[in-house]
Structure formats: structure tokens, C-alpha cells
Design a protein around this ligand. Structure first.
Ligand SMILES: NC(=O)c1ccc[n+]([C@@H]2O[C@H](COP(=O)([O-])OP(=O)(O)OC[C@H]3O[C@@H](n4cnc5c(N)ncnc54)[C@H](OP(=O)(O)O)[C@@H]3O)[C@@H](O)[C@H]2O)c1
Length: 245
């Protein structure tokens, strides 16, 4: 059974990615940093359907925690074959004059530093096996450039450039690297979003409705599957056509 690590999988998009990958036959490490009860529920859902999963608690932005985290996954499930870099912390929006280098760094820690340090830990093994997959979770804002969000947009933009560079560097070794760029997909943290902001968003969405976490998870599962063997270095927008406008 191949092993997937989904970072930030205790809720939101990551939780659905984890259950979707498990349905496809992956053993799934459900990573999280804080909410053990929710992570355990995701694991229980997977096991109830006959799958294998492990709640892997470590903060992806804590460099020292990554090696022990991967070792615990290897003991429980086996060495990781796929990393889905999905975890996110708070995403504060604020005007440029209120931003600081630290507010930028806070986003880069999740979307650039953590993926880099995880990759460096698995790469010797992947190189030896001439296989391995990365799916980075970006955002449409890297392309749209939402105002007051330079911190987050820059980090997601960097994640996309990193995806392309890694794909070229690692392609000859049989390792693929792709990025899925969701639009706004309402999850638990959006319960308080106003109707006005929802309507405003949908006005610029050709398909005219919100996507579901499953829409993102299905693209991740496709990129993780053998069907995507010949795809690398690509960005897949899953946003109802928003980045056409
Ligand atoms: N939902 C959207 O509309 C949307 C749109 C575009 C892009 N995205 C991207 O999609 C990804 C998932 O977003 P989401 O909306 O599903 O977020 P979310 O609901 O806030 O979930 C974030 C996940 O990350 C975990 N997490 C937080 N800090 C962590 C850390 N230091 N180490 C490991 N895990 C940590 C959280 O679990 P704990 O709190 O238990 O640690 C949680 O499981 C993000 O990369 C986001 O930028 C989302």
C-alpha cells in the first residue's frame, strides 16, 4: 500500500483529501498540529471504510519536528510516497503599511519552507526508488493578486514557481511535482463569511456556484494516481473558471 502524507488534514480541504486518497487505496498520514479530536475523527472515518490511516501530529513549520514526524509515519504506515503540502495557519489580510516582513515570512513558512524541508527529508529515499510525488496546494490569489493579501499571495506565488523548478530538477529521477490552485471553497473557517462577500465572489465565477472540498480532493487524487504519470510542473485551477476573467 502506498503512503500519502497530507499536511493540515484535521479539517477543511485536507480532511477531504485524506478520505479521498484513502478511498483510492492510499494509506494516509493525517497531519495536524493542534486539534487531535478532529484528526482522530478523520482517521476513524477512513478506518470505518476499511482504509489505513494515522494521525500524525507535528507542526510543519517546526523544522525540528519534521524528521521525527516522518519517522513515526514510517513506523505506522511505511515510508511516504506522496506529500500533499496543504497545511495553512492564519491568513491575515491587511493594508501594505500594516504588513511587515514577518507577516510575509509567516506565510512563506507554510508554503515554501515546510514543503522544502519535508522534501529534503524524503528525497534520498525517493531518489533511490526513482519515484515520488508532490502535490502543492496553491491558490487562485497568486494569479488574481487580491488586495490586502500581499503576504499570502506572494507565498502562494512562490509555491507555484517552486513547483515548476522542482518539476524540472526532479523529473529525470521519476518524481512529479504539481500544484492545485483552489478558488474559494467554503470550509469550516468560512462559516461567518457574509452573504455580500459570497455574492460578490460568485459574480466573477463563470460556473456561478461555489466548489466543494471534493472538487479539490478529486484533482489531488488524480495527480496522485498512475493516470497522471506523464504530468509534472503544472498548475491546475479548480475555481469554476474564475481565473479566465
Ligand atoms: N478553502 C479555501 O477557500 C481555499 C482557497 C484557496 C486555497 N486554499 C488552500 O488550501 C489549503 C487548505 O485550506 P483550508 O481552507 O482547508 O484550511 P483550514 O480549514 O484552515 O485547515 C488548515 C489545516 O492546517 C492545519 N494546521 C494549522 N497549522 C498547522 C501546522 N503548523 N502544522 C500542521 N498542520 C497545521 C490545521 O489543523 P490544526 O489546527 O489541527 O493543526 C488544519 O487541519 C491551504 O493551503 C489554503 O491556502 C484554500
Amino acid at each position: 500500500m502506498k503512503v500519502a502524507l497530507v499536511t493540515g488534514a484535521s479539517r477543511g480541504l485536507g480532511a477531504v483529501m485524506a478520505t479521498t486518497l484513502a478511498k483510492d487505496g492510499w494509506a494516509v498520514a493525517v497531519n495536524y498540529a493542534n486539534d487531535s479530536a478532529s484528526a482522530n475523527q478523520v482517521v476513524a472515518r477512513i478506518e470505518a471504510h476499511g482504509g489505513r490511516a494515522f494521525a500524525a501530529r507535528f507542526s510543519v513549520i517546526d523544522s525540528a519536528a519534521l524528521r521525527p514526524g516522518l519517522e513515526a509515519i514510517a513506523r505506522q504506515l511505511g515510508p511516504v510516497d506522496l506529500i500533499v503540502n496543504n497545511a495553512t495557519g492564519p491568513q491575515p489580510e491587511m493594508p501594505i503599511m500594516e504588513q511587515s516582513w514577518q507577516t510575509y515570512l509567516d506565510q512563506l513558512e507554510f508554503f515554501v519552507k515546510a514543503p522544502l524541508e519535508l522534501l529534503q527529508l524524503v528525497l534520498p529515499d525517493w531518489r533511490a526508488r526513482k519515484s515520488g510525488r508532490i502535490v502543492n496546494i496553491g491558490s487562485e490569489v497568486a494569479e488574481l493578486g487580491n488586495p490586502y493579501f500581499g503576504n499570502y499571495a506572494s507565498a502562494k506565488g512562490a509555491m507555484l514557481s517552486m513547483t515548476r523548478s522542482w518539476a524540472k530538477e526532479l523529473g529525470p529521477e521519476g518524481i512529479t511535482v504539481n500544484l492545485v490552485a483552489p478558488g474559494w471553497i467554503p470550509v469550516e473557517r468560512h462559516v461567518d463569511a457574509s452573504q455580500a462577500s459570497r455574492d460578490h465572489y460568485l459574480e466573477r465565477t463563470p460556473l456561478g456556484h461555489f466548489g466543494k472540498p471534493e472538487d479539490i480532493a478529486d484533482m489531488v487524487a488524480f495527480l496522485a494516481s498512475d493516470k497522471a504519470d506523464f504530468i509534472t510542473g503544472q498548475r491546475f485551477a479548480v475555481n469554476g473558471g474564475r481565473t479566465l476573467t
